[in-house]
Design a protein around this ligand. Structure first.
Ligand SMILES: C[S@@+](CC[C@H](N)C(=O)[O-])C[C@H]1O[C@@H](n2cnc3c(N)ncnc32)[C@H](O)[C@@H]1O
Length: 291
C-alpha cells in the first residue's frame, strides 16, 4: 500500500542535486517505479559495459577515488541530518526509556553529517563511525563537535577489515548504513553486511537508506558508464548501485538478518538550475539481528 508522508533529507552524490529542492510529499510503497517508454528504451539501449580491465582498476582504486572526492569537496558536499530525519526518529523509538544509553555505528560515515547533529542532540549516545577514506575520517576528527569520550572514529574498508578490531562483538544497538552499500561492488556487499552483523547486538537493528531502482540518477548516466546490472560509474570514478527491494532483502537475509521494513520512497525534486522536475527513488529499510 502506498503511503504519502513528509520527506526527510537525503544525500545525493551529484553536484546538480545541490541546486535542487524537494516537493513536500513523498510516497512510500512496495512497488517499483513505472518507467515511461522513453526511459525504458534508454535503459534497454545502454547495454555496453565498461571493459573488464577498467572495472578491475576502479575496484582497486575505490578507496583512492573516495579520498579524492573528499579532497575536492572537503566537508561541503553532503547536508547535515537533523532530528526531523527518519534515522533520528527511529533511534528515539529504539529506546525503552528516554535516558537509555545507545551505542550506534555509522558505517561509511563520510565527514560526519549524520553523527554530529546526533551527538549534539542526544547526550546518551556513544557513536562508532568508520569510513573507507582516511581524509573523511580526518575531517570527522577535526570537527569542533568531535569528542573522543563520546565518539570513536576509524578508517576501515567494510568489505575486508574486521570491525571487531575497533568494536566489541555483539555490542552495537543500531547501525546506520546511509548511501554506502551502493558505493560497494555488488560481489562484495555481502562481506560488509556480515562484518556489520558480527558487531551488532542480538536484537539490534540496521537502518538502511540508499538509491532505489530507476531513481533519476540512474537514468541520467550516459552510455559508457555502465558496469553491470543497475551498477554505474560516475565521472570521478566513484560507483553507484541502484537497489530493488528484492535484492536488498536477499543480501540482508543472506547475512543472517531479519527484514522489518523495506520500502521505496518516491518524491519529486525540482532542479532549480535546469527548471526540471525529476523523480527520485530511494530504498528505506530496517533489518534486525535475531535475538
Ligand atoms: C555517499 S557517501 C555517504 C556518506 C554518509 N553515510 C552520509 O550519509 O553522509 C558514501 C561513503 O561510503 C564510503 N565507502 C565506500 N566504500 C566503502 C567501504 N568499502 N568501506 C567503508 N566505507 C566505504 C565512502 O568513503 C563515502 O564516504
Amino acid at each position: 500500500m502506498a503511503q504519502a508522508t513528509r520527506p526527510t533529507s537525503d544525500v545525493c552524490n551529484s553536484s546538480s542535486d545541490l541546486a535542487s529542492s524537494e516537493s513536500p510529499v513523498q510516497i512510500k510503497g512496495q512497488t517499483v517505479r513505472i518507467l515511461t517508454n522513453e526511459e525504458l528504451e534508454k535503459l534497454q539501449r545502454d547495454q555496453i559495459l565498461v571493459s573488464h580491465f577498467k572495472q578491475q582498476k576502479l575496484e582497486k582504486e575505490a578507496q583512492k577515488n573516495w579520498d579524492l572526492f573528499y579532497k575536492r569537496n572537503t566537508t561541503k558536499f553532503f547536508k547535515d541530518r537533523h532530528w526531523t530525519t527518519r534515522e533520528f526518529e527511529e533511534l528515539k523509538a529504539c529506546k525503552k526509556f528516554e535516558a537509555q544509553k545507545l551505542v550506534l555505528l555509522e558505517a561509511g560515515c563520510g565527514v560526519g553529517n549524520c553523527i554530529f547533529p546526533l551527538l549534539a542532540e542526544d547526550a546518551n549516545i556513544f557513536v562508532y563511525a568508520c569510513d573507507f577514506s582516511p581524509r573523511a575520517v580526518e575531517f570527522v576528527k577535526e570537527n569542533p563537535l568531535f569528542c573522543s569520550k563520546r565518539c570513536k572514529v576509524f578508517q576501515c574498508d567494510l568489505t575486508s577489515e574486521e570491525l571487531q578490531v575497533n568494536i566489541p562483538a555483539d555490542s552495537v544497538d543500531v547501525v546506520t548504513l546511509i548511501f554506502v552499500l551502493s558505493a560497494i561492488h555488488p560481489d562484495k556487499m555481502h562481506l560488509s553486511l556480515e562484518n556489520i552483523y558480527r558487531v551488532l547486538k542480538p536484537g539490534g537493528i540496521v537502518l538502511f537508506r540508499d538509491y532505489g531502482l530507476y531513481d533519476h540518477a540512474m537514468l541520467r548516466f550516459k552510455s559508457g558508464n555502465k558496469l553491470g546490472e543497475n551498477f554505474y560509474v560516475r565521472q570521478d570514478g566513484t560507483r553507484s548501485f541502484f537497489f530493488s527491494r528484492e535484492l536488498l532483502v536477499e543480501l540482508f537475509t543472506g547475512a543472517g538478518f531479519q527484514s522489518l521494513v523495506n520500502e521505496y520512497v518516491m518524491r519529486e525534486t525540482v532542479n532549480k538550475k535546469e527548471g526540471l522536475c525529476v523523480p527520485r527513488v530511494f530504498l528505506q529499510s530496517k533489518f534486525s539481528k535475531p535475538e
